[in-house]
Design a binder for this molecule. Structure first.
Ligand SMILES: Nc1ncnc2c1ncn2[C@@H]1O[C@H](COP(=O)(O)OP(=O)(O)OP(=O)(O)O)[C@@H](O)[C@H]1O
Length: 337
């Protein structure tokens, strides 16, 4: 068994809003080993980004709070790190490539300055060396004329360019863990592939662990060792990417898989969507969060929260219909809205 780099144990992150308490992450547990990639998938609003923000300890000020559970990084408790330790932790140990690159760049400083400062904060190198590393990383992520781009301000770059700068920064810092939250959404397809390859290359060279948050199941098969499917703040299924692809067990996962565009579909075929919408996260609890959308729901699904159980080795699922003794055959999800 590989060495663990990250562990979340029964993590609960709530948002205290004027309209009520949003259970954004509601009892999530997982392990990530060194050099491995964990994918997190699920519809918008299922708590993927909040899980990432909890690991980074970057929750919305005043409203976001980790109310229960533990996050261990390399055996250290992330939730008790001091301000100084947190600064070390972010960047040197863990880098976040977020969905919105503009929030990760300071608008008042040139790109080169920000990169050099970040590298020098985490690696023992001179300004000249940090500059050379920055230019090399910018080149690797496909930024044309990297030397001159070092003198650009973030607002002078397009969204896609800024995203590539953030990825270059993450690569230059050589962290033990990269959390990539929809890292390629803002990029065109050829650059997407380039960026994913760079992440893989870094992983191979430095044994980096990756947590990859994505809507794109194709990217999951390409990149991930394990996959965790989230729905309404909870893990509904967790197993290897191979098993999820070949023998998914949760009806929600079936819906996600069926919603994937198929190569065999011609462009006129209507894409399948899961009917209904995820529940209001202020009101969850006491039942399976998916029961009112689930074609297989039983009475018990509206009365009890299903536990995440290991139905076969390394395959966890939270569904009343799936257990060690009885499994529900996948006969195709009724998906029409
Ligand atoms: N800053 C915020 N203020 C208030 N509510 C928020 C905030 N950020 C997230 N939420 C709420 O927390 C819940 C979980 O959101 P989260 O961003 O983690 O979902 P997600 O799965 O990452 O979705 P997406 O794929 O759209 O990024 C949602 O109900 C969302 O509306």
């Amino acid at each position: 068994m590989g060495e663990l780099i990250l562990q979340a144990k029964n993590l609960k992150t709530y948002l205290y809003l004027a309209s009520g308490v949003v259970k954004a992450v509601d009892g999530v547990s997982f392990d990530l080993k060194r050099g491995m990639t964990l994918g997190i998938v699920g519809e918008s609003g299922s708590g993927k980004s909040m899980t990432a923000s909890s690991i980074m300890r970057l929750l919305p000020k005043n409203t976001g709070k980790i109310v229960e559970g533990e996050i261990l990084f390399d055996g250290r408790n992330v939730l008790t790190l001091s301000k100084k330790e947190l600064l070390e932790y972010r960047g040197k140990e863990v880098s976040l490539i977020s969905q919105d690159p503009m929030t990760s760049l300071d608008p008042v400083f040139k790109v080169g300055y920000q990169m050099v400062e970040m590298i020098r904060a985490h690696r023992n190198v001179t300004v000249e060396e940090a500059r050379a590393i920055s230019i090399d990383s910018l080149k690797k992520v496909g930024i044309p004329n990297p030397e001159s781009r070092m003198d650009s301000y973030p607002y002078e770059l397009s969204g896609g360019m800024c995203q590539r700068v953030i990825i270059a920064m993450a690569i230059s810092a050589q962290p033990k863990l990269v959390i990539a939250d929809e890292p390629t959404t803002a990029l065109d397809v050829t650059v997407q592939a380039q960026v994913l390859n760079l992440l893989k290359e870094m992983q191979r060279n430095l044994n980096t662990s990756i947590m990859l948050i994505t809507h794109n199941l194709g990217i999951v098969w390409e990149m991930c060792d394990e996959v965790m499917v989230m729905y309404a703040g909870k893990t509904v299924e967790h197993t290897t990417a191979r098993k999820l692809y070949a023998e998914a067990l949760h009806p929600y996962t079936w819906g996600l898989l069926d919603s994937m565009p198929k190569l065999s579909q011609d462009s006129k075929t209507e894409l399948i969507t899961i009917p209904g919408t995820p529940p209001d996260l202020r009101l969850t609890g006491g039942c399976c969060n998916f029961y009112n959308r689930c074609p297989y729901a039983l009475q018990v699904c509206s009365e009890r929260v299903p536990e995440l159980i290991e139905v076969n080795p390394g395959h966890f699922v939270a569904c009343h219909r799936q257990s060690k003794d009885s499994t529900l055959e996948r006969v195709g999800v009724k998906i029409n809205a």
